[in-house]
Design a protein around this ligand. Structure first.
Ligand code: NAD
Length: 433
């Protein structure tokens, strides 16, 4: 998986892994909107506007394959709401990319940016293609042509893409180059998640894992749990999982289990996370470093203080939720908890810190990257990390205030914060004409 600003889906009634229903992202986004709206006194006209994307662009992307044949792919860019600022969200290359998926995920980006109080709205898009079947040259040609097709609707003041599934910093560098060539000047602020050498931010790659660790620390603080007395299990040892696990380990927590697609390492005495290579450092090697191996399913049901699902969507489901024994779940992956499981966890008083806060470090440092690009001045890593912590703290304070004030879950509290900021923006700006 590539680094992302954004979200896969949480299914509503579909309990299978891997989010196969392309309509579910949209259904889920609308359902979250309704749930949050129930707690707020929002103008129904504003609510009606938020159920729909502002625009959805659909383009055909012809690409010359290495053998000289031409194949035509379909690309999308859904732009949901821009009342708080330019649209922001990932571009994914995946066979399941569709109009509805892009719209649903664009709505999620609107909530995620608002909960972090970033001056952005939500967008999402991509190309329906299997990137594993493309050579690097073909991927570059696809990216350049797709950029050209959506060029008039993106830009640093209009809509700023970022990496997502199947795309990476290199893809963003090609996009930035293709856009800049046509505009006649270098415009690094058109995308985020670029390599630092062409205007990317230090700390961007590790930011989602860092925000997961910060959210864990804040949640443990809220429940009077000292990190040094906290046991943690982390599913997935990639960009999000490994960075979160290592930081929590450094901050004193005991990481008892980590995993990759092959299974989980388990050591109740605590794992030295620095000595186990992450997905980037040595792909899928976790179990080869383990004395005791358990399954990913067993990891999810370990009797730990904190469970961090940081691999895939829809892993905590109706089928396994009753066996979940953790006191606190921090959503590192996008949409790891299905709706049915979420309700069961609520009934059992197991707190779930939602993805739109916990892994929002990615889009937050993307915002820092955009600021650095506009000012043509790079920040130090220390500054990036300090400012990320400050943004996480203030998002947490806003969510905690709602959580303490109302009888809601942490997820509802986060959506209430997001929606009230967006609705206030709409009410202040009004409707034109
Ligand atoms: P990654 O590719 O770097 O790592 C994924 C890890 O999950 C690997 O260790 C892999 O072996 C493991 N994994 C894959 N299939 C698994 C399975 N069936 N069971 C258990 N483990 C499995 O990915 P990542 O960037 O860390 O992303 C992880 C999740 O976080 C995704 O849901 C992604 O959408 C979300 N996310 C990522 C970012 C980001 O910027 N990286 C930001 C926000 C959200």
């Amino acid at each position: 998986m590539a680094s992302t600003d954004d979200t896969t889906h949480r299914t509503t009634d579909d309990e299978t892994e891997g989010s196969p229903d392309p309509g579910s992202a949209l259904k889920t986004a609308r359902r979250q909107l309704r749930r949050a709206a129930d707690h707020l006194d929002i103008d129904p006209n504003v609510l009606e506007r938020l159920k729909h994307p502002k625009k959805v662009h659909e383009v055909t992307v012809p690409v010359e394959r290495d053998d000289g044949t031409v194949e035509v792919f379909t690309g999308y860019r859904a732009q949901h709401d821009s009342v708080r600022g330019p649209y922001k969200g990932g571009l994914r290359y995946h066979p399941a990319v569709s109009r509805d998926e892009s719209v649903g995920l664009a709505m999620w980006m609107t909530w995620k940016c608002a909960v972090m109080d970033l001056p952005f709205g939500g967008a999402k898009g991509g190309v329906a293609v299997n990137p594993k079947e493309l050579s690097s040259d073909e991927k570059q040609r696809l990216t350049r042509r797709f950029t050209q097709e959506i060029r008039s609707v993106i830009g640093p003041k209009q809509d700023i893409p970022a990496p997502d599934m199947g795309t990476d910093p290199q893809t963003m560098a090609w996009l930035m180059d293709a856009y800049s060539m046509q505009e006649g000047e270098t415009i690094p602020g058109v995308v985020t998640g670029k390599p630092p050498v062409v205007g990317g931010s230090k700390g961007r790659e590790k930011a989602p894992g860092r925000s997961v660790a910060i959210a864990t620390k804040l949640a443990c603080g809220y429940y009077d749990r000292d990190l040094s007395e906290t046991t943690v299990a982390v599913q997935g040892y990639g960009s999000v999982g490994a960075n979160a696990a290592r930081l929590l380990d450094r901050w004193g927590a005991t990481i008892v289990s980590i995993s990759d697609v092959n299974g989980a390492m388990y050591d109740p005495a605590g794992i030295d996370t620095a000595s186990v290579p992450s997905h980037d450092e040595e792909p899928e090697a976790v179990t080869t470093y383990a004395d005791d191996v358990i399954s990913n399913e067993e990891l999810l049901t370990l009797d730990v203080d904190v469970l961090v699902p940081a691999a895939l969507g829809n892993v905590i489901t109706r089928a396994n939720v009753d066996s979940v024994a953790a006191d606190l779940i921090i959503e590192g992956a996008n949409g790891p908890t299905t709706f049915a499981a979420d309700s069961a966890l609520e009934e059992r008083d197991i707190a779930v810190i939602p993805d739109i806060l916990a892994n929002a470090g990615g889009v937050t440092v993307s915002y820092f990257e955009w600021l650095q690009d506009i000012n043509r001045r790079a920040w130090s890593l220390e500054r990036v990390n300090q400012e990320l912590e400050a943004e996480m703290n203030s998002a947490w304070d806003a969510i905690q205030a709602e959580y303490d004030r109302r009888d809601v879950t942490w997820r509802d509290a986060a959506y209430i914060v997001a929606l009230s900021r967006i609705a206030e923006g709409h009410e202040a700006r009004g409707l034109w004409p």
